[in-house]
Design a protein around this ligand. Structure first.
Ligand code: ADP
Length: 546
């Protein structure tokens, strides 16, 4: 073997920042303010502010490896922290602002966060746990709203803009070991307790390269990317870092996550791309039924985090000519694991095109994927065999923070807990989560498939299907349905609607109607409370003949 002659250049967040600031210094971060003009900062300004923030944090005693948390919306200051904290060698911990208080204090303490940067309008939410954070040494408040509830902790409560104003730009970013921690994020805990994933500089850099590439999200300097997916949830799908590598302008909605604001933002600032979970896309669609909206600047949208129902993609295409592409990922996978761009030769707008776009993704370059059966044996890539999806690669976690969790790994592969198929070209389809799949008479029923069919019924606004115990079949599906306002549909009608679309034995005989499907902190259907309500017998269930 001969040694390579290539430089051993570390991949780092500082390198991403330097590139964006130098090469695309004029690209912008635009933060929506709800009423007045949006706040604008160029990448060059963001970089200077990141240098000031790093100096301020260092002055507060933040050292390499220390954890600095953010409790913020998607905005300019959050972006500055995204760069300053990892680039100075500390570790950015993005906190999910929608966690229950017990979960929030648990993860702040579990991660050992020393400093928390918080938006002033989120102070009341953080204040609920302020007495339970013994390790926090300072709070830094963005904005000049009331921050007095944080004083109960005893740690100093400082103002972000005062701290930055007292510093000069020009922080010398240290050389970093690319394998050291850059940031961390806890899983949102849809099916279990939150677990901490710690990203390295290397994984962050490589993931950002993948995000901006054309076979993934594909962004360039010509794009203006509306980042609806929260920066506290799986790194906003890597878009902030991807934007600094590609020069794409970032559109940040701040707290204005309502469809009214998102659509105004798009129309006014001419966003070219928007990324959101299906529930947000659904909200935009519903809003557009009642109001005039202009999405014509969008050249594409991305959806991920949960399966996008066919009807959602179809309606966006029919009404707005907007092509939404699905992606798949998890907190553990940084998150991008695949995007579902149809293969060449498929005519956009055809039903074949839609079939491809309903795949969960095509395996991302850099990620290796396989499916295995219950005994751990690998299954073929034939688009038919159904098993658990396992992944490995440079931006896939290999353990959890202070919790090795060996049961989540299989010989170096991450067990995703997602069940699905892969075809011979690497297109994969998630049919369910292992914990949600309904096992009926020795066969599996995909809850996701039933939900998607149901949500295509004109009277159905939302549908979630869970397995309930059944003495004869082991489990049977219970369909939980939310009807659209001013519409009616009976369980018999909905069952008949499903009968032509799935095998007869898969059609649920148990039905319940409700006002809203409970959602997780990141807007996914939350089946845990539905199961609990079923167990407590608090659901009014209709049983129909099969
Ligand atoms: P949580 O596991 O708590 O929901 P994550 O946000 O990390 O937290 O969610 C990852 C999970 O989201 C995946 O394991 C998968 O079940 C689901 N998911 C993500 N993207 C898709 C998609 N395009 N289609 C179906 N499910 C998806």
């Amino acid at each position: 073997m001969i040694p390579s002659t290539m430089q051993d250049f570390p991949l780092s967040v500082a390198a991403i920042l330097r590139h964006g600031a130098r090469v695309y210094g004029g690209s912008e971060c635009v933060t929506w303010t709800g009423g007045g003009p949006p706040r604008r900062a160029t990448f060059a300004e963001i970089a200077r502010n990141a240098e000031r923030l790093a100096s301020a944090l260092a002055r507060l005693g933040v050292r390499r490896g220390d954890r600095v948390a953010t409790f913020c919306w998607n905005n300019q200051e959050h972006l500055e922290a995204y760069f300053a904290v990892p680039a100075m060698g500390a570790v950015l911990h993005t906190l999910n602002i929608r966690l229950f208080p017990e979960q929030l204090s648990h993860i702040i303490n579990h991660a050992d966060d020393q400093v928390v940067i918080v938006d002033d309008n989120l102070v009341p939410l953080l204040a609920r746990v302020v007495n339970e954070l013994p390790a926090v040494e300072a709070f830094i408040v963005v904005g000049d709203g009331d921050a007095s509830p944080l004083e109960a902790n005893g740690a100093p409560v400082l103002r972000y803009h005062d701290l930055l104003a007292a510093e000069e730009p020009g922080y010398a970013w240290p050389d970093m070991d690319e394998r050291s921690a850059a940031s961390m994020c806890y899983t949102s805990g849809t099916t279990g307790d939150p677990k901490g994933v710690v990203y390295s500089h290397r994984s962050t850099f490589l993931h950002a390269m993948a995000v901006q590439s054309a076979s993934m999200v594909g962004i360039t300097e010509a794009d203006r990317v509306l980042t609806i997916v929260p920066m506290f949830h799986v790194n906003a799908w890597g878009l902030p870092y991807g934007a600094f590598l590609s020069g794409a302008t970032l559109h940040m909605p701040g707290p204005f996550m309502q469809p009214e604001h998102l659509t105004k933002f798009i129309a006014q600032e001419k966003s070219t791309l928007a990324s959101a979970v299906p529930t947000i896309w659904n909200g935009i669609l519903a809003y557009g039924e009642q109001h005039e909206i202009d999405l014509s600047s969008l050249r594409s949208g991305t959806s991920g985090g949960a399966a996008a129902p066919r009807v959602l993609l179809e309606r966006f295409e029919e009404r707005y000519g907007l092509r939404i592409i699905q992606g798949w990922g998890m907190t553990e996978t940084s998150p991008l694991g695949g995007m579902a761009f149809p293969p060449p030769g498929v005519e956009p707008g055809t039903s074949e095109d839609m079939d491809w776009r309903l795949k969960s993704g095509r395996v991302a370059a850099g990620v290796e994927m396989r499916i295995v059966d219950d005994s751990g044996a690998e299954l073929p890539w034939d688009g038919e065999a159904v098993g658990e999806i396992e992944v490995r690669g440079p931006w896939i976690t290999g353990s959890y923070h202070r919790d090795p969790a060996p049961q989540k790994f299989d010989d170096g592969w991450l067990r995703t807990g997602d069940i699905g198929t892969i075809d011979d070209r690497g297109f994969f389809q998630i049919t369910d989560r292992a914990k949600d799949v309904i096992k009926s008479g020795g066969e599996w029923i995909s809850s996701v498939e039933l939900e998607n069919h149901l949500m295509a019924h004109p009277a159905v606004a939302e549908a979630a299907v869970i397995g309930i115990p059944d003495p004869r079949w082991d489990e049977r599906p219970l369909a939980c349905v939310v009807l659209r306002p001013d519409t009616t549909a009976t369980s018999d009608e909905l069952a008949a609607f499903l009968a032509g679309k799935v095998a007869r034995w898969q059609v649920p005989e148990y039905w319940t109607f409700m006002d809203e499907i409970p959602k997780t902190t990141v807007g996914k259907f939350d089946k845990k409370p539905l199961r609990a309500h079923h167990k407590d017998a608090t659901l009014k269930i209709e049983h129909i003949e099969r």
